[in-house]
Write a protein that binds this ligand. Sequence first.
Ligand code: ADP
Length: 596
Amino acid sequence: MFSGTRWRIALPYMALILLTMTGLLIYLSDLVRDSHMERLETQLTSEAQLVGEVLRPHLAQGTPPAIIDTLAHTYANLLSARVTIIGIDGVVLGDSHAERFDMDNHLYRPEVQQALSSGRGSSTRFSQTMGEEMMYVAAPVLQNGETIAVARVALPLRQIEADVARFRRTMTAATLAITLLALLLAVLVAESAARPIRELTRVAERLAEGDLSARLLPTTQDEFGTLARAFNQMADRLRGTIVTLTEERSRLAAVLENMADGTLITDEDGRVRLINPAAARLLKTNADAALGMSFAQVARDHRIIDVWHTCREERGERVQTTDLGRQGPFLQIIVTPLWDAESPTCLVILQDLTRIRRVETVRRDFISNISHELRTPLASLKALVDTLRDGAMDDPEAGARFLNRMETEVDAMTQMVRELLELSRIESGQVPFETAPTDMGDVLVPAVERLRPQSERAGLELTVAVDPDLPPAAADAERIQQVVTNLVHNAIKFTPPGGRVWVRGSIVRAPDARHAVLPPGEWLLLAVEDTGVGIPADDLPRIFERFYKADRARSGGGTGLGLAIAKHIVQAHHGHIWAVSVEGRGSTFYVALPAA
Ligand code: ADP
């Protein structure tokens, strides 16, 4: 109940006031009592002297004590006090309140002794005779400068005590009233002093709970006003810092979130403290679940764990590339120690180099393929030149034959170079495609008709059928015709005499069970089907690669670039191209184009 600033300030004041008032009460009570006693003593002295003066003639004449006693009674009544007359020898000559014969010798009563020695004496003590506390004052009765008796006047102190008690009561009441008043005042003062502190506490609590807009209203110009302003400044700066930090954090989080490289941080216990989506994807794990797990549990591959482990052991950066299996990615693992003080935290970066490696492989294959493709015609040219030089030139018939063969080789090489250039231009996007709504009949029929003589020479039956309701496709007619020509040419080339080649144009609505490769939507489907040699299952996924030839013997003069070019043209149309084939039975090549 008495905790809190209010009481901490008020209580000491109360104690101080109470203590002061109590001290004052005691002091003033004593003062009052003393002054009363002094006054009483003075009064009693005068009365004793008066009584002595009045009795002096009687005492000087030797009036019998019985009369003195009576006179003592008379004066006592007049003075409302006890009157005692004591002889010079200490014998009580008369007393207003006791039987003089029963009384002791009073010579050694302190007040009597003092009166005899110094002309006046007083004493306060309990009176056996009166049964209460009394003040006795004695004065000598002088006759011609000689003491002849002592007059003593006594009064009970009861009255004084009552006065003092009344005074004390009044004082006590005043003390209590003042203390209460002071208490009220102290509480009010303390309350007004504690209010700003409470306000400060409230605002500080709101800040602590995250309400960064909480501020104090500096209403005064005193220390609290200064404190409030300083506090507000601090809150402003705190908010600034937190906002900057939050922004920085979200920027960093966005960078990590969108980074292509996998990033992890492990703590001193080897537990994952940070993992970005790329790392989770590469390690085939869930980022949220991985947090707090051990690195080994998350990475699961001993090669990655080894690199990380070595970095921790040797406290140095480690870089290693590793292939995570046939289907897995080709990774570069970079583990960097983040040695701050004692804690061995590690930054693990996983770079997916699969694509780069594939590009590298394609580039290597390409060079090796092109060298291979050029070597054969060049070697044959060389042989022909040699033969000519060795004498064939002199034989006009043989010379003409050799020159024809040389021309064929050169034509083949020229064709290959042209196709390569074409492919490279399509790939690099240099060829402008002019897509327009194109009627597929206008594309298929001319392409097929152009190849009809060739198919007839090969002894094949070639048919073309276009769905009459076929809507136009969004296509570059010339390019799509190039694709169809290529497919039909291949079908003729790889189909033995007596076989058939069908060219069809129809519409399909994906999803379609027969053409699972197609994304949902409406597609114009061109199909070139033959009853030819077919393509081995192992080769089928690769036939669209540059220079890939499944059947080298039959392909003969082919460059192995035709399907690669076709694939690029179709892809540039946002279309799809694929093949279905059974070895020995025949193949079907499909081209799907989006409807216009
Ligand atoms: P090429 O100039 O050799 O014909 P392509 O890129 O057109 O080059 O074809 C690549 C390979 O795909 C061919 O060498 C052949 O092995 C195979 N191929 C293409 N079309 C057919 C088909 N209709 N039947 C069987 N095999 C085919």
